[in-house]
Design a protein around this ligand. Structure first.
Ligand code: SF4
Ligand code: SF4
Length: 385
C-alpha cells in the first residue's frame, strides 16, 4: 500500500525535542546544522517541532538550522498547539501566527493538537482549538490537521468520532509499550487502522531508555544476533516500521552520530526478521524486570513547575541507581554537585501537582520526588550527622 502522505520522504522523521544543547535551553546550532544536513542529504524530509520543546528553543533552531538554510520545498514541517499557551479561542490565532514567524514559514504542513488525553481533549474542544485548526486548514495555513495522543484507546475513539476531519494521529509506539496496559499502544494503533488514520510514531526509543537503560543481559541478547551493523537503537527504530499505515517514525537524536546511526537503520528500511523480533520480545521482558521510572525526558512537567525542578534529570539519577548499583556514589555526587548545585532540589517541591497533569506517561511525580529526597538528600544528611 502506498503512503497516505507521499510528500513525506522515507520512513524517518526528525524530532526536535532532544536537540544537542550547549547548556540548558541553548541549542548547539553547529551540531544541529550537521544533523539537519545529514538527514536531508539522506533523502528524508519530515521535521517535527513544538512551541514548548526545549522551552521554545526548538522552534527557533528549526528556523536557524532548517528554514533559513533550505528552500521550502526541501522539507515538510509539522508543529503543534500546546496546552500551556492558550486559555481561550482568541489566544490561539496569535499563538499560531507567532509559531509561523518563529519557524520562518508561512504555513505548516502538519498541525497537531498536542498530547491529547481525556482531560486535555475537553479543554481543547471547549476552548475552540479544534475549530480554529479546522479554520486554519480551510485557509491553507496548515496543510494537514491531526493530533498527538497519549491515553487509552477509548479516549482516542471518542476524539476520532467527534472529529472525523482528523487526518493523522501521532502515537507513542515502541516494543516496550506495545502491549502495555497503561499506554495501550497496540490497541491505539489498531484503532487508528480501524478509522483509516495514518500514523506518525513518537518515542520509538522511549526517550532513549531502550538504549541507555538496557540491562546487560538484554544487550547480550542483541549481541547474540551477531550483526555488527545493528545496535539496540536500530532494532528499536525498525520495530514500528513494519506496521501498516506508519508514515514516519520520529527520532529524537541529540548528535550527528546518533542521527547517522538512525539513518543507517532507516535509509534502506528492512523490517525486523522473525529471529530479531523474537529477541526484541526477550529484551522487552528483561527491561521490564528492572524497576525503572518510565520517564521519557519530554520535560513537559518541567515547563510548568513553579520551582523549576529538573524532574526528568532527577528521575534519570534514580534510574541510574537502579541500573548501575555499583555506581551509586557517582550518582549521588552528580545529584548534589551538578544537578542541584544552585538549588531546585527534589525537596523544594511544594506538591502543587501541575507537573502530573502535564505528564503524558501519567507518572506519580510527587511521590517519585519523595523517593529522590529519601535517596539523595536524607541519606546525605545522615552521613553528615
Ligand atoms: S508538584 Fe512539585 S515538582 Fe510538580 S510542579 Fe509542583 S512544585 Fe513542581
Ligand atoms: S516526568 Fe513525565 S512529563 Fe516529566 S519528563 Fe518524564 S515523562 Fe515527561
Amino acid at each position: 500500500m502506498g503512503k497516505a502522505f507521499p510528500e513525506i520522504k522515507g520512513l524517518m522523521g526528525f524530532g526536535s525535542l532532544r536537540l544537542p544543547l550547549i547548556e540548558s535551553g541553548v541549542v548547539d546550532i553547529e551540531q544541529t546544522n550537521k544533523m539537519v544536513d545529514l538527514f536531508l542529504d539522506s533523502g528524508f524530509n519530515y521535521f517535527d517541532t513544538s512551541h514548548n520543546y526545549i522551552g521554545g528553543a526548538s522552534e527557533k533552531a528549526i528556523k536557524t538550522c532548517l528554514t533559513d538554510r533550505y528552500p521550502r520545498d526541501r522539507y515538510i514541517l509539522g508543529n503543534k498547539l500546546s496546552r500551556a499557551y492558550f486559555n481561550c479561542k482568541e489566544d490561539i490565532r496569535p499563538l499560531f501566527e507567532s509559531q509561523l514567524e518563529i519557524c520562518g514559514v508561512d504555513y505548516f504542513d502538519f498541525y497537531l493538537m498536542h498530547s491529547q488525553n481525556r482531560q486535555r481533549y475537553q479543554k481543547y474542544k471547549s476552548q475552540g482549538a479544534y475549530d480554529t485548526a479546522l479554520e486554519l486548514l480551510e485557509e491553507g495555513k496548515i496543510r494537514h490537521f491531526g493530533i498527538s495522543f497519549h491515553d487509552k484507546a477509548d479516549v482516542l475513539e471518542q476524539i476520532l468520532n467527534d472529529y472525523p476531519q482528523i487526518e493523522v494521529v501521532q502515537i507513542q509506539f515502541n516494543y516496550l509499550d506495545y502491549e502495555s496496559a497503561s499506554t495501550e499502544s497496540k490497541k491505539v494503533y489498531e484503532l487508528c487502522r480501524k478509522y483509516n488514520k495514518p500514523v506518525f510514531i513518537m518515542e520509538p526509543l522511549r526517550g532513549g531508555n531502550l538504549v541507555n537503560h538496557l540491562p546487560e543481559e538484554a544487550k547480550a541478547e542483541f549481541d547474540k544476533l551477531g550483526d555488527p551493523t545493528q545496535s539496540p537503537a536500530t532494532y528499536a527504530l525498525r520495530f514500528p516500521g513494519a506496521f501498516e499505515g506508519v508514515e514516519t517514525i520520529l527520532t529524537g537524536a541529540s548528535s550527528p552520530e546518533q542521527i547517522a546511526e538512525n539513518i543507517s537503520a532507516m535509509k534502506d528500511f528492512q523490517p525486523l526478521t522473525d529471529k530479531e523480533l523474537e529477541t526484541v520480545w526477550k529484551v522487552r521482558d528483561l527491561f521490564k524486570a528492572q524497576d525503572m521510572i518510565q520517564c521519557t525526558a519530554c520535560r513537559y512537567c518541567q515547563d510548568v513547575c513553579p520551582k523549576n525542578i529538573l524532574i526528568p534529570d532527577i528521575f534519570a539519577c534514580l534510574n541510574n541507581e537502579t541500573a548501575f548499583t555499583s555506581w551509586k556514589w557517582s550518582t549521588e555526587v552528580y545529584y548534589h554537585e551538578v544537578l542541584t548545585l544552585n538549588g531546585n532540589k527534589a525537596s523544594d517541591c511544594i506538591g502543587c501537582g501541575q507537573c502530573e497533569s502535564n505528564c503524558p506517561q501519567d507518572l506519580p511525580i510527587r511521590d517519585l520526588l519523595k523517593t529522590a529526597v529519601a535517596e539523595f538528600e536524607e541519606k546525605e544528611r545522615e552521613k553528615i550527622k
